[in-house]
Design a protein around this ligand. Structure first.
Ligand code: NAD
Length: 491
């Protein structure tokens, strides 16, 4: 199914206390990566817009937090129903602005819905605990919201990444200000409508549109208690440093450079499909995409299968577009430089034919470079495009030494038929997520998502149980009603 691009631009507005309202800053055009057409006019927000969103969110949060968790959860059961009902329309919208294929847009939304399902289960998971710690004295945990919190999200998953944070934060009684990426902001308005329809009280979810200025105003606002960020490493580091310098709780996920270790005993068909789909899926614009193939020993048959699979992909149908023309220039320059330095191009996507009617879009086909050396820039820098670099290695130790030298720590996978060798790679990998015969080792709920190193600043993971600790405080309550005869040091 092909993506339908909106025919005329829509105004992209803030969502404040249940109403759409233009931000006071500059207006910027939003282009569809598929064909370059203007699909939105984004009104940026300034610090006054952010202050209004925070003020009204703070008022709404008190009433929202006073509701029993079982009542809050009803909104999210209803939201799930609405998102499933409107799956096709929302998947199409997010694909049109991010460059994804329709199937990728749908898959991202379904993954977001899976996190929403986790949030609806918090009412049953998070029972806390109460224990009689000495005669007549009990201790208990109460999980309390932080107040107003913020989520700043990247362009590449306009619904899935926001769903990593919004449902869990709201279920725990916070109100949240979401700042979507200025490159893919249209989906946020559609999600806001779905939230309203589901019965979320006004002000509990606020959206401020914009870029750096809006993000910084949110981070700096004294009434924003915690900031979740997902984006590139340089910005993640800045956001983490800025927020923590103000004494705030910050979890900032950054970029990635994911390695795949390919061993000669791997199933060639499994490896061919898994590795090709990993570096070409979402046109390489996902933080879990394979970037470097550590080819150990004779794996030429496997590499031929990867090439064959990648060659068979039709742009527009099986593989989406790249977010911007600047990003295409960057990819071309990196490929050119790598070839100049001695890498051999064995699949060249630079002149790939764009789909019919998309000549003004941003397209590049799958590209594979062989004989890349570990110290070349292309082997270390995050590219965020459908480019796979092959580094030839003599053994697993050499491969893992290269993997371990990366400052990024998102994901690593191994393709092998041996449990013992898989275990060796799992234990030596320097990343937060590891896969065995899986090209995109995204943990599914309830397993949490998060890397280490320069792929994540802050403690804990963004989803799963540790997200509950991020979005709440544990109050420890110790209670006694009567003086006890046999008192101890505590009584
Ligand atoms: P980006 O860092 O350019 O932007 C991310 C967000 O930060 C946007 O909302 C943007 O408006 C805002 N922003 C930009 N400059 C800022 C500044 N100086 N201060 C505060 N906020 C600022 O990232 P992107 O290009 O939108 O997304 C792609 C990147 O995100 C890739 O590096 C990718 O690996 C990463 N990513 C990581 C994960 C993960 O789980 N680790 C998931 C998805 C994407």
């Amino acid at each position: 199914m092909s993506v339908k691009i909106p025919l005329k631009p829509v105004p992209v507005l803030n969502f404040i206390s249940g109403k759409f309202k233009a931000g006071s800053g500059k207006i910027q055009q939003v282009h569809s990566p598929h064909n370059g057409s203007v699909i939105g006019d984004l009104h940026h927000s300034n610090s006054d817009d952010v202050a209004l969103a925070v003020q009204e969110a703070a008022a709404a949060q008190k009433k929202w937090a006073a509701l029993p968790i079982k009542e809050r959860s009803k909104v999210f059961f209803e939201l799930r129903h609405i998102l499933m009902r409107d799956l096709h329309e929302i998947a199409n919208l997010k694909s049109s602005e991010s460059g994804k294929t329709y199937q990728e847009g749908k898959a991202g939304l379904l993954k977001g819905i899976e996190v929403l399902e986790f949030a609806t289960a918090i009412q049953n998971l998070d029972v806390g605990g109460r224990t009689e710690v000495s005669r007549g004295v009990s201790c208990e945990y109460r999980r309390e919201p932080l107040g107003v919190v913020a989520s700043i999200t990247p362009f590449n998953f306009p619904a899935m990444v926001p769903f990593w944070t919004i449902p869990n934060a709201l279920m725990l009684g916070n109100s949240l200000i979401w700042k979507p990426s200025e490159k893919t902001p249209l989906t946020s308005m559609r999600i806001a409508e779905a939230m309203l329809e589901a019965g979320l009280p006004e002000g509990v979810l606020q959206i401020v549109q914009g870029g750096q200025e809006a993000s910084e105003a949110l981070i700096d606002h004294p009434d924003v208690a915690a900031i979740s960020f997902v984006g590139s490493t340089p910005v993640a580091r800045k956001v983490y440093e800025r927020g923590t310098a103000l004494g705030k709780r910050v979890l900032a996920l950054g970029g990635a450079k994911n390695h795949i270790v390919l061993l000669p005993d791997a199933n060639p068909d499994l490896a061919g499909v898994g590795i090709s789909d990993s570096f070409t899926g979402c046109a390489g614009q996902r933080c879990m995409a394979a970037a470097v193939l550590l080819a150990v020993g004779d794996v030429d048959l496997h590499i031929q299968k990867i090439i064959a699979r990648a060659k068979s992909l039709e742009l527009g149908k099986d593989m989406g577009a790249i977010i911007s023309s600047q990003q295409i220039k960057f990819l071309n320059q990196q490929i050119h430089q790598a070839v100049q330095e001695g890498a051999k191009i064995i699949l060249d996507g630079r002149n790939a034919k764009p789909p019919f009617d998309c000549i003004n879009g941003n397209w590049v086909g799958p590209t594979i470079l062989d004989g890349v050396s570990p110290d070349q820039e292309i082997a270390k820098l995050e590219l965020f495009g459908p480019v796979l670099c092959i580094i030839r290695c003599n053994d697993i130790s050499e491969a893992m030494k290269i993997e371990n030298s990366s400052r990024m720590g998102n994901a690593c996978s191994v393709f092998t038929s041996s449990g013992a060798l898989a275990e060796k790679v799992i234990s030596l990998a320097s990343t937060g997520m590891v896969g065995v015969n899986v090209g995109v080792p995204v943990p599914r709920e309830p397993y949490s998502f998060g890397g280490v190193g320069d792929s994540k600043f802050g403690h804990g993971d963004i989803t799963g149980i540790s997200s509950l600790d991020f979005w709440s405080n544990l109050k420890k309550v110790t209670v006694k009603w009567d003086q006890q005869q046999d008192s101890n040091w505590m009584s």
